[in-house]
Write a protein that binds this ligand. Structure first.
Ligand code: CP
Length: 311
């Protein structure tokens, strides 16, 4: 079991905890391949998805994960709530908690907001992406997918390319990959590489060639225009020319390298369709694995020592 009430980020999660989540997710993936995909592990528990930012994958995935564990899942949409009348974040959480909610899954546009909520509720809290800070379950499903595809994690070379500054996915992966002995290279426009990545021990590259050379995994990121002024970037066309993936650049990586992307993809900007949909792409496998990984996180946070999977 995870020895923590919440999963707010991977910065303070140990290598052993990460590996336990990945091992548990493997069991849930097997359950997800059965005809009847539901197990009673969280029967009687109530999970509230609180999303203050748009989401396709994460929100749907958490909802499916909660339902497959037999929890009652409610979806809260900020734009249709009393937050529009001035209710504070903590009042919102405390009001929903008082109806008997056991677990919150939270996406919010402010970095640190999920940890703040966790400090103000007795319910479990899972970070589904807070500002530019962390997106721990995306990193965990990335790691699960890499391990599944490559058979290991330690010693692999992973390149994350794009808008690193605004990427909570890159940040969670940077924390986790360092703990797991992965050689992580980062590359993107200099205006989109944060200086605070340097202490993480990952390599900030000076060229696409340096980043991709001999890589096992190429992870492309979307430019998050919604979090930045256009001034950081001359134009999407120029960005694509300088920092987008193409066949020649992919050829720098290992022959069996895989292409990853957390989604949503801006087709034709960071990644052309012929690569997003090619047989090296595991982008939809990432999405598939997200359900099992999120089931594992919810299960491990909520359950007591001797509850068995699949019962
Ligand atoms: N990867 C991810 O967080 O996608 P969504 O924004 O669609 O949830």
């Amino acid at each position: 079991m995870l020895n923590r009430k919440d999963l707010t980020g991977l910065v303070d999660v140990t290598k052993e905890e990460i590996l336990e989540i990945l091992d548990t997710a493997e069991k849930f993936k097997e359950i997800n391949s059965r005809e009847i995909k539901k197990v009673p592990a969280l029967k009687g528990k109530t999970i509230a998805n609180l999303f203050f930012e748009p989401s396709t994958r994460t929100r749907t995935s958490f909802e499916i994960a909660g339902k497959r564990l037999s929890a009652d899942v409610i979806n809260f949409t900020a734009s249709a709530s009393s937050t529009t009348k001035g209710e504070t974040l903590i009042d919102t959480v405390k009001n929903i908690e008082s109806m008997g909610v056991d677990m919150f899954v939270v996406r919010h546009y402010y970095s640190g907001s999920v940890r703040f909520i966790a400090q103000n509720t007795k319910a479990h809290v899972i970070n589904a992406g807070d500002g530019t800070n962390e997106h721990p379950t995306q990193s965990l499903l990335d790691l699960y997918t890499i391990k599944e595809q490559k058979g290991k994690l330690e010693g692999l070379k992973v390149a994350i390319i794009g808008d690193i500054t605004h990427s909570r996915v890159a940040r969670s992966n940077a924390w986790a990959m360092k703990k797991l002995g992965i050689d992580l290279r980062l590359y993107g426009p200099k205006t989109m590489i944060p200086r605070d990545y340097l202490p993480f021990g990952c390599k900030v590259c000076n060229s696409m060639e340096e980043a991709l050379e001999d890589c096992d995994v190429v992870m492309m990121l979307r430019i998050q225009l919604e979090r930045q002024g256009i001034a950081l970037l001359p134009s999407l066309k120029e960005y694509s020319k300088l920092f987008g993936l193409n066949k020649n650049r992919l050829d720098l990586a290992k022959k069996d390298a895989i292409i990853m992307h957390p989604g949503p993809i801006n087709r034709g900007v960071e990644l052309p369709s012929y690569l997003a949909d090619c047989d090296k792409s595991v982008i939809l496998t990432q999405v598939e694995n997200g359900v099992a990984v999120r089931m594992a996180v919810m299960y491990l946070l909520a359950m007591q020592q001797n509850t068995k999977l699949g019962e």
